[in-house]
Ligand binder design. Structure first.
Ligand SMILES: C[S@@+](CC[C@H](N)C(=O)[O-])C[C@H]1O[C@@H](n2cnc3c(N)ncnc32)[C@H](O)[C@@H]1O
Length: 249
């Protein structure tokens, strides 16, 4: 396959580099089975979540300028959200991720419709204020710094632009939490490990979700990062949540 990725990952601290290296290697190891496992382990609910993101994003774009609007999908992985945004909003979409094997799968699905740029979410290779909307799905939790990631997402947004963060979160129903916890910490690593060959990657998933801020905490972090009108929507009872916020005019 002809490569059309631009390599732009720049220097960071040692700890951040080590973290990034581990995460990149882990996703490289499961890239070929990533989509299959996503759909299998979520019973295809992940597709509905991405469609909801696209609907909410479309509502934020000005109908008069939708065709010239630019959306950046950060940590786009194999490109499922990038494609859903492209097909459901009418805007132009750019995907970026720092794991080449994930991007190669994305390139196979998106052909020339979506430019894919190899780059680090903590040091995005885009100028300030370049995008009307920036999205990140199941990516923020993997960054060495959630705060650093939010600051970078804000930097590349136009004033008045919107960020959309889709992430696993805390089920709202207290009865559901232990059941979901059992699935997430026992069933998922077992099935994920068997199908992907990397038990580690699918043990990392619940661990990273447990460390990640819940709905209220993430709202607060987004406000601290300089977003206004921060709101979240629970998806499938809060198993995932979609947070949106606006970069002030
Ligand atoms: C769980 S996948 C999500 C992929 C896609 N957004 C989706 O919804 O399926 C997480 C992705 O984040 C990427 N990622 C993690 N840390 C990153 C970073 N610092 N910069 C760019 N991409 C990163 C990984 O390479 C991986 O493709």
């Amino acid at each position: 396959m002809q490569t059309r990725f631009v390599f732009t990952v720049r220097d960071k601290t040692n700890a951040a580099n080590e973290h990034a290296g581990r995460v990149r290697e882990m996703f490289a190891g499961i890239a070929k089975r990533y989509d299959l496992l996503n759909h299998l382990l979520s019973g295809n609910v992940d597709k509905r979540w991405r469609r909801i993101v696209a609907e909410r994003v479309r509502e934020k774009l000005s109908p008069a300028h939708i065709g010239s609007s630019l959306i950046l999908d950060v940590a786009c992985g194999t490109g499922d959200l990038s494609l859903t945004l492209f097909e459901n909003t009418g805007a132009r979409v750019v995907g970026t991720d720092f794991c080449r094997p994930m991007l190669e799968i994305a390139a196979g699905k998106t052909s020339d419709r979506i430019p894919l740029i190899e780059g680090d979410a903590l040091d995005l290779p885009f100028r300030d204020g370049a995008f009307e909307v920036v999205t990140i799905a199941f990516g923020l939790r993997n960054l060495a710094s959630v705060e650093g990631g939010l600051a970078e997402l804000r930097r590349v947004l136009k004033p008045g632009g919107w960020v959309a963060v889709l992430e696993f979160s805390r089920p709202a129903n207290a009865m559901m939490r232990p059941l979901f916890g059992l699935y997430f910490t026992r069933v998922l690593p077992l099935m994920g490990g068997l199908v992907s060959g990397s038990r580690m990657a699918y043990s990392y998933l619940p661990a990273s979700v447990q460390r990640f801020p819940d709905q209220e905490q993430l709202s607060l972090l987004m406000q601290r990062a300089g977003f206004e009108q921060v709101r979240f929507e629970n998806l499938t009872g809060g198993i995932a949540a979609l947070h949106m916020g606006k970069r002030p005019e």
